[in-house]
Design a protein around this ligand. Structure first.
Ligand code: GRF
Length: 200
């Protein structure tokens, strides 16, 4: 890829797609030197698909139930990403754990956003975990994806205060605002070469 080329992004989603929206908006405004070439969902009812359609971005639904096993499903997923010509895979609320095969096929070129200050509170219900632990500060992290769950090298983080009366909903909303800021920033850090692809 030449320095002036736009980074091509495939975004994997399962639901609401607010992070997808922030990425697409940042591509359109020129904040990031990238194009979203594919939105891939494992859920045919994901609101993210509607967002993709509204922006005339190519989307594809691949549902696990239509494949015999996880291995075949993951091959279909990775084939779709490869066919799109994407240089970078962005997980944005994609609710499936990717197989080692998928991860190694796109080695160093998969990133994820997680709603906690990793390495604290990996996995599901990060905001619930933060509240249960009584932390006073939480936030979000964009990181490269390795074989573990939310364990790959950190690219960027942002923190938010945890208020005494916070609920999962109020804390999640405060964190989400920051996700929408740092996810496009992380992509631009990769697009500009400030952060190198990670070869784990
Ligand atoms: C975000 O909180 C993200 O951190 C987590 O899943 C949620 C996705 O939200 N991985 P959205 O679909 O981008 O609105």
């Amino acid at each position: 890829m030449f320095a002036t080329d736009k980074l091509k992004i495939a975004v994997l989603v399962s639901g609401r797609g607010s992070n997808l929206q922030s990425i697409v908006d940042a591509c359109r405004s020129g904040e990031i030197n990238a194009d979203t070439v594919l939105v891939l969902s494992d859920n045919s009812k994901a609101k993210a698909l509607e967002r993709a359609r509204n922006q005339s971005i190519k989307s594809k639904v691949l549902q696990r139930k239509n494949y015999d096993d996880v291995a075949t499903y993951d091959v279909a997923l990775s084939d779709a990403v490869e066919e799109s010509g994407a240089d970078l895979v962005c997980l944005a609320g994609f609710m499936r754990i990717l197989s080692k095969k998928f991860i190694h096929r796109f080695d160093g070129n998969i990133i994820n956003v997680h709603p906690s200050l990793l390495p604290s509170f990996p996995g599901l219900a990060a905001q619930r975990q933060a509240l249960d632990h009584g932390v006073k500060v939480s936030g979000c992290t964009v990181h490269f994806v390795d074989e573990g769950v939310d364990t790959g090298p950190i690219i960027i983080q942002s923190c938010v205060p945890v208020m005494p009366r916070d609920t999962v909903e109020s804390l999640s909303a405060r964190i989400l605002e920051q996700e929408h800021i740092i996810y496009p920033k992380a992509i631009q850090m990769i697009a500009s070469g400030e952060v190198k692809r990670w070869l784990g």
